[in-house]
Write a protein that binds this ligand. Structure first.
Ligand code: HEC
Length: 198
């Protein structure tokens, strides 16, 4: 190899270094799904203050957030998790592939609750979620407020459904109720399948 070839090769390697992580093989999968999860996180954050009554309620923003979540849920979500794809900074747990049925069910339920939230956007707030202390409180909420009647259906015993409602049914709820349900699905999956629980 002469000097010119070597330096060209070195240059090419340098130029590629920045993109390799994002685009090659399984590492790329991890990066892609982190991006998808972050998009859902942003969508949830964009509406959380409205759901708490701390920002003006805007149905369009709620619809857009719900669509962003629905788009990244279901099959789109499970496609980001080929067997054994735990690399580098991944927080995915091997339990995903040991209990794939539940993982997949949660991904599907996220799609259902997000579609329900989209349908519920025009319903506005039920008023009962207000003052619950924010998303963290809503996720962990066990009593009080509008989720009380639903706790039996939510966070089902292992293997059971987290939310046993159809999107059409959820769409009849106040938006903050549909939002809380959606958040519970995020949370249920993270507590079982993600190392860094939230
Ligand atoms: C079916 C399971 C499942 C559902 C449902 C789910 N997640 Fe995740 N989420 C994961 C797993 C697994 C990881 C860890 C991925 C990794 O690090 O490889 C993760 C990671 C994340 C991260 C961190 C991304 C990063 O940059 O490291 C955020 C933010 C996140 N999820 C938000 C959400 C939100 C918001 C929802 C609901 C709207 C949601 N997730 C629903 C499984 C799920």
């Amino acid at each position: 190899m002469n000097r010119t070839t070597t330096s060209v090769a070195a240059l090419a390697a340098t130029a590629l270094a920045g993109t390799v992580w994002a685009h090659s093989g399984a590492t790329g999968k991890v990066k892609d799904r982190m991006e998808a999860m972050k998009e859902m996180g942003k969508a949830m954050k964009s509406v959380a203050p409205m759901m708490r009554g701390e920002a003006n309620y805007d149905p369009d923003t709620v619809r857009q957030a719900a669509q962003a979540i629905a788009r990244n849920a279901g099959d789109a979500l499970t496609a980001h998790f080929p067997e054994g794809s735990i690399h580098g900074p991944s927080e995915a747990l091997p339990a995903i592939w040991q209990d794939w049925d539940r993982f997949e069910a949660l991904a599907m339920q996220l799609e259902v609750t997000a579609q329900g939230l989209e349908g519920a956007a025009d319903n506005g707030l039920g008023g009962m979620g207000t003052g619950s202390g924010g998303m963290g409180a809503m996720m962990g909420q066990t009593g009080g407020g509008m989720m009380t009647g639903n706790t039996g259906m939510m966070m089902g015993n292992s293997g059971g459904p987290v939310v046993g409602m159809s999107a059409e049914h959820i769409a009849q709820m106040p938006a903050d109720g549909a939002f809380a349900m959606t958040a519970q699905v995020c949370s249920a999956c993270h507590s079982d399948f993600r190392a860094e629980d939230d």
